[in-house]
Design a protein around this ligand. Structure first.
Ligand code: ADP
Ligand code: MG
Length: 689
């Protein structure tokens, strides 16, 4: 979409008064360009125009005739009915009926020419249509008996008024909209040009031509996005230089000996791909995708130690303090007897501790640093940074990813996500990265049993839980909110904590963990849970990602309908980390079909990749690029595009950028402008030429 090429205020269109301009403003439309790109949701095909004598039951048909009767009468159940009868030959009649719509009769006059559309039914002795679509045939409504676009509307703006305004915008301004798709691509795929395509979207000759025009605009959106990604990839990989950090058999052996387990085949393959990248002279730009609990940390540790073995520094960035500390503990365990110098850099350091830490990083006295976003703040400098690992990347927007680039002279990047992402997202949000995938779980992993419970089953669940805790297991109880709220009837963490401590779990050690607690309090609670000094942890979703306590095998989720599918999958991942079977109990009372379907999907599968696809189907593609304001166009496009169109646009875009890396050819000028306007900032593209 490129409405910016017609930045004319709406009230310069004939027929747009100040009042109408404000109504259009409520639809988010402020310029003629916006209006031209305000696409219909669907179309009504009113091309089946028939004489009343030839109507048939069941399909959408249209008749044109003269109003011969207007009547309002009470119905047997206390309502009333408006009846308007039309005839096209003074013999056959069609009755339009409206129930309880006082204003329905007001539009009609005797003798007026109108068209009624709908699905006719034979009633007693004549044809009848319930609430027909009406056109008054006096020339004010531009749509004839053809295909009528149905727009997203706002109250008080009548459909035929909006259609008339859009048609006048088309007539006067469609020709000024800039063509973004280069001619060669337009020809190759047979796309209509931008101006005829806009006409076909708003005033189509056929449903087919409308469909093709729409598809062209979807392709345009995807092309602009993919060109931006191709440019970013070129800048951050193909045209950049990174230190080459090769792995010798000696280094490989030394690193492997640190793990208390043999790596899985998938972990090995991911490591081979990472080593291939890090040994080269271009910065690695790799996304490691794995299902929850598949063992990404081991791959990250391997990569970091490769950097250290090559006398470079490595940084591991986690989305939360809880996770950063956990990673630091894991590293402490693996590296207990090594001379690798480590640092945990979080927001909780005192000013003097922080000063010392930063100096050590700058002077090269630290090999390996683990931290939160504190790592990308002002003042953090590295002596010779070789590798940055970003854990649980789905918590970082593209914007933060761009921030990380400021860390130093082109290090290698490994970004990790435990939320398996659908292909559409992999090719867009992460479309500038290479991808490694770990599907396999470590051997001996037990499946999690998931059950959906009703309130009445709470007592028997508590009995079950108490028994498990007695046997030495640990449990999580996750709540959607921290504290009770006046407006939401949800079980909050604070309430549940109080209930359990004083009630059924009096004799167990219970902890409370939520995002509003101070960082060191959180860290302390998490430490105690890890050391099994806490049996049952009541928490919010702060434990959603990454938390790794293999002995915790029970998970209870309160008000589970409040959580999204991928969030639930993450939560469930907390209780399938060891070789003991995990159990997940969901208390939920979903009010919508979608909510019920989400729960059913969760019962059906524990495979994260399947869940991700289902999630994308239920929700649309979610919030791309972590920032909503950039989303409208590409979200619309992604929601409608099949992956086929996405692949097509991606191939075209990458080929185009390979052939014309600066987009300096004249026939790429408009595309280039569109790309920088839309993504220059978000993707931090360097403006060239
Ligand atoms: P995630 O991919 O979710 O970050 P982790 O790296 O935290 O997963 O690993 C999950 C658990 O599996 C950890 O307890 C880890 O020690 C264990 N693990 C990882 N790799 C293996 C392996 N190859 N064999 C056995 N256990 C493993
Ligand atoms: Mg992890």
């Amino acid at each position: 979409m490129n409405p910016e090429s017609v930045p004319i205020p709406l009230d310069q269109l004939p027929g747009v008064s100040a009042a109408r301009r404000d109504l259009l403003g409520r639809l988010g439309l402020s310029t003629v360009g916006d209006l031209l790109f305000h696409f219909p949701n669907r179309y009504e095909d009113l091309t089946d125009l028939r004489p009343i004598a030839q109507l048939a039951e069941g399909t959408l048909q249209t008749v044109q005739g003269e109003v011969v009767e207007i009547e309002s009468r009470p119905t047997s159940n206390g309502g009333f009915l408006v009846s308007v009868v039309v005839s096209d030959d003074n013999v056959h009649v069609l009755e339009g009926v409206w129930f309880n719509q006082a204003l329905a009769a007001k539009r009609f006059r005797f003798g007026q020419r109108v068209s009624f559309s709908g699905k006719p039914k034979w009633y007693r002795d004549h044809w009848q249509i319930g609430s027909p679509r009406v056109q008054i045939l006096d020339g004010t409504d531009p749509s004839g008996p053809g295909i009528v676009p149905v727009y997203p509307l706002t109250e008080d703006l009548r459909p035929h008024v909006l259609r008339a305004i859009i048609e006048s915008a088309l007539r006067d301004h469609a020709a000024s909209v800039v063509e973004v798709i280069p001619e060669a691509l337009r020809e190759r795929h047979g796309w209509p040009g931008v101006c005829p395509a806009l006409w076909q979207v708003h005033a189509p000759e056929s449903l087919e031509s409308a469909g093709l025009a729409r598809k062209r605009f979807i392709y345009q959106e995807l092309l602009v996005l993919q060109v931006a990604l191709a440019l970013r990839r070129r800048e951050s990989r193909d045209e950049a230089v990174a230190p080459s950090l090769p792995v010798s058999p000696a280094i490989d052996g030394r690193i492997r000996r640190l793990f208390p387990f043999a790596l899985t085949e998938d972990q090995d393959r991911a490591i081979a791909e990472v080593c291939q990248d890090m040994g080269g002279a271009r910065p690695m730009q790799r996304l490691l995708q794995a299902d929850v609990g598949a063992g990404k940390t081991a791959v990250a540790v391997y990569a970091m130690l490769v950097a250290v073995a090559n006398k470079h520094q490595a940084a591991l960035m986690a989305p939360t303090e809880v996770l950063a500390r956990q990673h630091a503990r894991t590293l402490d365990r693996y590296l207990a007897h090594s001379r690798v110098r480590r640092l945990l850099l979080t927001g909780g350091l005192s000013a003097s501790e922080k000063r010392k830490a930063l100096a050590a990083l700058r002077d090269g006295n630290i090999d390996l640093v683990v931290g939160t976003q504190a790592l990308v703040q002002e003042g953090v400098e590295f002596a010779r940074l070789g590798l940055v690992v970003i854990d649980e990347q789905h918590k970082f927007g593209v914007h933060q990813r761009a921030q990380v680039r400021r860390l130093g002279a082109n290090p290698h990047y490994l970004v990790m996500t435990a939320t398996p992402i659908p292909r559409t997202v992999a090719l867009t949000v992460f479309g500038d990265l290479d991808i490694s995938i770990i599907r396999q779980l470590p051997p001996g992993r037990q499946p999690v049993t998931t059950r959906w419970l009703r309130e009445g089953e709470r007592d028997s669940l508590n009995t079950r839980l108490r028994q498990a805790l007695h046997e030495g297991r640990q449990a999580y109880v996750v709540c959607p909110t921290v504290e009770d709220s006046a407006t939401l009837d949800l079980r909050s963490a604070a309430t549940v904590y109080r209930e359990l401590s004083g009630g059924a779990f009096r004799d167990f050690r219970i902890g409370l963990l939520h995002g509003k607690m101070d960082e060191d309090v959180k860290a302390d609670v998490m430490d105690r849970f890890t050391r099994h000094e806490i049996d049952l942890l009541v928490s919010t979703t702060v434990i959603e990602v990454g938390v790794d306590v293999p002995n915790a095998t029970y998970l209870v989720v309160e008000d589970a309908e409040r959580f999204g599918l991928s969030q639930m999958h993450q939560l469930r991942g907390r209780v399938s980390r060891g070789t003991t079977p995990g159990y997940c109990y969901l208390f939920a009372d979903p009010q919508t079909d979608e909510g019920r379907e989400r729960l059913r999907v969760l019962m059906r599968t524990t495979d994260g990749f399947t869940l991700a696809e289902e999630d994308a189907k239920l929700r649309g593609s979610g919030e791309l690029f972590g920032t909503k304001q950039h989303g409208a166009g590409e979200l619309w496009a992604l929601a409608q595009a099949g992956t086929e169109l996405l692949d097509l646009a991606r191939r075209d875009a990458f080929a185009l950028v390979a052939a014309d890396p600066k987009l300096s050819r004249p026939d790429h000028a408009a595309l280039r402008h569109a790309v920088y306007l839309r993504y220059g900032k978000t993707l931090e593209l360097v403006e060239v030429g």
